[in-house]
Design a binder for this molecule. Sequence first.
Ligand SMILES: [Zn+2]
Length: 416
Amino acid sequence: MGLLNKRALVRQLQKSGIASRAVLARSLGMSQPTAGKIVDELIADNILEEVDAVEAGDGNGNGATRLGRPGRQLQLNRSQPGFLGIHLGIQETSLAELPLGDADEDRWRHSFRNPATKSQPVAQWEAELREAAKKLDSKKFLGVLLSVPGIVDEPANKILFSPNIHWSEGQDLPAVIRRVWNLPALVVQEERVVALGHHFNNPEDENFLLVDFGEGVGGAAIVGGKPFASPLPISGELGHTPALGNHRRCGCGATGCVETLVSTRGLIESFSAAHPKSKKTWAALGDHIAATGLEPWLTQSLDAAAVAICAALNVLGLRQVVITGSLAELPPAVLDYVSRSVQNGAMWARFGSIECVGAPRCRAAGLVAIGIDRLVVPETGDELDSKLKLSRGETSRAKPSKLNPATASKNEIYIS
Ligand SMILES: [Zn+2]
C-alpha cells in the first residue's frame, strides 16, 4: 500500500510539475498525515525537493495557504541528478546526468568512441566508462539506465542481437556498468526509450507509432500511454523490413532492409551514387535537397520507409506517427513527403485521418520515465502478473489462455 501511494504521488507530480502537500493529498484522496509522511520519505531519498513558488491551488480555490504551508511547493528533484543515462550509439557512447525533474536533451555532455578493435571490446568499453565516470559532476545516482539499439531481453538485462553493434551481442552490459558504479543498472531498447520520452513530454499523445531515423531506423508503439507489449523481445526493428528491389546488404545479415536506404549512411550512399562529384556528407545532402528538391532516388527510398510505416499502422490500429531524428534535419519537404506517402498508404486515411508529425528525439526524458517507473516506484510482482494476463487477453472472466506454459517465460513481460 505504501508503494502504491508513493507511486500515485510521484505520478501526480510528473503530471502537474509542482504542487503543495495539501493539494497533493487532496487530489490523491489521501489524508494529510499520510501524504506528508510519503513526501518526507521522498525528500529524504532526494526524489522530491521543496521550493518556494506561487501556490497553484487545486482549481477549486483551495490552496495550501489556507492549510498552513504558504509558498512551499514540491517538485521532482531538479537540483541533483537522479539517474545516470548512458546511450550506446553505433559509433559513440554518450552519458548524461539526469535529474528526475528536468530531462533536457542538452544533458548528453560526455561521450567517447566505441571500441574500434575486435580484441576485448567489452573490456575497452568498461575502461572508457571508468574514464568518463571521472569527468561527471556527480558520483551518486539512484541507478544507471542504458539505452541500446537491437533486440534486447530487458528482464534478463541482455542484448540478444545488434545488427550494427555486434560486439554488444550476448553481453550483460549492465553488469559492466555495476562494476564501474556499483548501482542498479537497467538496459532498455532505444526506440522504446525515445517513444516513452515523447509520451513523457507530451502526455496527451497516448497512442502512436514513433519512427526514429538516424544511424539506424527503428520504431516503437505506445498504446494507451504504455509501450506496446509483445510476446517476443523484438519491438523496434522497423528498419529491418525488406524493400523490394533493394539489394544492399544490411548489418543484420539480410539483404534489402529499408534501413540501408533511409539511415543517414544509406541516404548519403544513394546521394553520392546519383551525384558522384558531390561531397559525401549529410550537410551536402541537405544543401542539395534545398537547391533541387526531391529527386527520384530520394522519393523511392522515402516511399519504401512509408510502406513499412503503413504496414505497422494497419496492423497495430494506430493513426498517429511521430517521426524523430535525422530526417527532421533535412529540408521540411522531406518530412512532408513522408507524411503524404504515409497518408496515401495507410488504410485508416481512406475514411479517417492519419497524423504524421516530426518531433524532437527525447531520449533523456524516456530514460527518466523508465527510471522512475522501474527504480523509484517499481511495480510489484502481483501487478506485473496481472498486466501479463491483460497483455495475453486474459481477464477474470476469460477462459484460461491457450498459451503453451512451456513456452511462457518471464521474457513475455515488456512493461516499462
Ligand atoms: Zn537488416
